[in-house]
Design a protein around this ligand. Sequence first.
Ligand SMILES: Nc1ncnc2c1ncn2[C@@H]1O[C@H](COP(=O)(O)OP(=O)(O)OP(=O)(O)O)[C@@H](O)[C@H]1O
Ligand SMILES: [Mg+2]
Length: 410
Amino acid sequence: MRIEHLSLTNFRNYARLELDFPGRTILLQGDNAQGKTNLLEAIYYLATTRSPYAGAEYELVNWLAENQDLPHARLVAQVRKGDSSLRIEITLVRTQSSRANNSRYRKHIKVNGVNKRALDLIGQVNVVLFLPEDIVLVSGSPSGRRRYLDATLCQIDPRYCRTLQKYNRVLTQRNHLLRTLRQREGGLDQLLFWDRSLLENGAYLVARRQEVIGELDRLAQAVHLELTGQKERLRLRYVPSFDPSRPLPPDYQLSLELDLPSEPGIHQPGTNLSQVAEAFRAQLREIRRREILQGMSLIGPHRDDLRFLVGGVDLTIYGSRGQQRTAALALKLAEVKLVGQEVGEQPILLLDDVMSELDDARRGYLMQMIDGAQQAILTTTDLKAYSTEFLAGVTLLRVKEGRIEEIVNK
Ligand SMILES: Nc1ncnc2c1ncn2[C@@H]1O[C@H](COP(=O)(O)OP(=O)(O)OP(=O)(O)O)[C@@H](O)[C@H]1O
Ligand SMILES: [Mg+2]
């Protein structure tokens, strides 16, 4: 798939932008603080309804727009996907009650002119974003890795996204109840009710994570071998917070019927959902007292992790910076392949200033991926990071103070 046109109004430092994307590879060049990252952020936001950076929506709205009568920002993308064409529009409108220094914005989404929920948009346009900060996936905390898994799965599986939303709601309610039960006796019926929702939704998340990590492991292994000149074999290991395949006692009655009839276009996990759910249930039962004592849910997909192993060594703990960076890159490249496989179309690659961090071999490999993509949009401050051959094949745009100024003659 490819983005053909982007319009921005009051998004970050773009007061107004109309931009076509000719060719397959676009290189945005500009000095620091001109708007390169903001442009990639806009495309990512249109695809996922999330910003990889902003904590709150108001950060995305141009500062000057705050003083206008009806403060708003608008992003529109025209996207080609196979034979069809999608017009995606997200408008952020300031809600009335807000004060000037703490504005709140409401998001309105349209696809081909029809109002949609965020859940209906996510996954329609697939992007993979490469950032220098990707290394944090390996070196950072489990929550970052969970966020990454969720974002990746949401792009390829709408049911995952819906289930995740439900799971998070249930988790909040259940934690609330556990805190109440810490104060006073009783309420077990209510807890069993929330347990059931937790494990029904949680089982799907765990089963899908298991599958997707298995596939990413296979794909990343091959990429990583190439990136390291066949020297290092990377393995990705799912670390669920409970054992989803723990055998159940022989007399255990499976009481859950979770395997739904398959819907067209929606994935049915190969793993037995009922088995995962029952294992979850059995383990919830074992830790019930501890959960009540601590007043929170201690097992479930919200406590999962992912490990990166080379020769059995955990890179999060022992990896060198270079090893961590390479593993993160291998994971992202594996994601590109995974998305291509699952949705049957190449995702749009967005690469924010990543070349300068890489050595020649890794850069060469990444260039190869860019060549194979239907569309790649890259940013750089310095054209010297690129070979003349590469530059000859790209559309070069210059970013300056929130404007895409000129197409530089090469
Ligand atoms: N809501 C906003 N309104 C106006 N300007 C903003 C807003 N948010 C960020 N900016 C500004 O946009 C400018 C460009 O930011 P951006 O991150 O896109 O730069 P960049 O070209 O990627 O620079 P670098 O090479 O340093 O990464 C920054 O100076 C930033 O302060
Ligand atoms: Mg930047």
